[in-house]
Design a protein around this ligand. Structure first.
Ligand code: ACO
Length: 331
């Protein structure tokens, strides 16, 4: 049975750079607070006319071109986002249309910050059984329009950025290379610890002026609970990835963790027993881009020459749900 290889990656962020000082003009916060608690210095936010699918299209076109392919070669799209352009249908079909494709499946994955690893797990299974040969796996988010950019929402608004990352995945039969394992987990007991309550069909009516006045359409988070779980579950999932492949921390060339918060990444690094040069960090530039953060970081790491053929790459993520997971890849 072949394994799944990353044939290429690509990413795209909108052009509007937002600094911590810019945020301090909108709400009661400061560069010092944001850097100290999260490590984030800048993020990119969409401008008028930008959409999540628009970001995803540019990232996808870059990845498809880097693979030496054309859009028509893609036989399946897996689109991971928790910030869809519309309530229905999912972003996958809109991206398919933007790429000029018809008939191929367009799957929507909505597992928030763990979306890319969930999507990779699905893609890996399909490629290994031979169902699809050129899967476009995309993580893309537009958070900025949904954030509460007043002092009320400052604990979440300062953390999130917009962006898109994409990968083209295909079978590889070369001995030993490719996705070695994926492990995905969830615990719905914590669903409301980081969530957007509405509009939603659990509400009757599903949207109302009073709901909007209460701000139920804004993300709310119990930051400390999220922090505690993320800094425990991500290292646990790294340990599972290593153990299931009989690898040790010294075998890891690069860990690309979901870029949630610099302090969380540092705790994951310490718990996983990895050196600084084994962990890729770019949260300072982009903030938390949820499902896009891993493919953006991976594409930047590759551009910097941080991975060579045969190296061991580990991915890990944690997010709303709670959901979390890991993947081990021999590059
Ligand atoms: N600027 C200034 N002050 C702020 C801000 C802000 N942006 N946000 C909150 N504060 C204030 C609070 O109101 C509080 O004030 P008080 O003491 O007067 O009540 C004070 O700062 C401390 O607030 P805490 O919430 O206790 O701060 P904490 O040290 O826990 O840091 C943070 C908050 C950064 C959100 C932290 O809990 C965290 O990183 N959690 C993880 C959240 C995360 O990464 N979420 C991303 C999504 S999920 C994922 O990707 C894993």
């Amino acid at each position: 049975m072949p394994r799944t290889a990353f044939l290429s990656t690509g990413f795209h962020v909108p052009s509007r750079l937002v600094t911590n000082d810019d945020l301090a003009q909108m709400m009661d916060t400061s560069d010092e607070w944001i850097v100290q608690r999260s490590g984030i210095k800048t993020r990119y936010w969409v401008d008028k006319g930008d959409t999540g699918v628009g970001l995803a299209r540019v990232a996808s076109e870059k990845a498809i071109a880097k693979a030496g392919l054309e859009a028509k070669d893609i036989d399946c799209i897996i689109y991971c986002t928790c910030t869809p352009d519309h309530f229905e249908p999912g972003n996958g079909v809109f991206l398919q249309r933007e790429l000029g494709l018809t008939d191929i499946p367009a799957v929507d994955v909505r597992n928030q910050c763990s979306g890319f690893i969930y999507g990779l797990s699905i893609a890996d299974a399909w490629i290994r059984v031979g169902q699809y040969k050129r899967i476009l796996l995309v993580g893309a988010e537009v958070h900025s329009r949904g954030l509460d950019k007043t002092t009320r929402g400052r604990d979440t608004a300062v953390l999130f950025g917009d962006g898109a990352g994409a990968a083209v995945l295909g079978p590889i039969s070369e001995d030993g290379r490719g996705v070695l394992s994926t492990h995905i987990f969830a615990d719905g007991r914590y669903a409301e610890k980081l969530w957007v309550d509405g509009p939603g069909l659990a509400h009757d009516p599903f949207v109302s002026v009073s709901m909007l006045e209460q701000g139920v359409h804004r993300p709310v988070m119990e930051g400390r609970e999220v922090f505690k779980f993320a800094s425990t579950k991500m290292p646990e999932s790294v340990a599972i990835a290593l153990k299931s492949n009989r690898l040790s921390p010294t075998d890891v060339t690069l860990l690309v963790p979901h870029q949630a918060n610099l302090r969380i990444i540092e705790m994951v690094q310490k718990a996983a027993g990895l050196r600084d040069d084994q962990v890729y960090i770019n949260i300072q530039k982009y903030g938390n881009t949820t499902a896009a953060s891993i493919p953006i970081a991976l594409d930047e790491a590759l551009a910097e020459g941080r991975l060579r053929t045969g190296d061991v790459l580990v991915l890990t993520a944690f997010g709303s749900g709670f959901t979390w997971g890991s993947a081990a890849i021999r590059w």
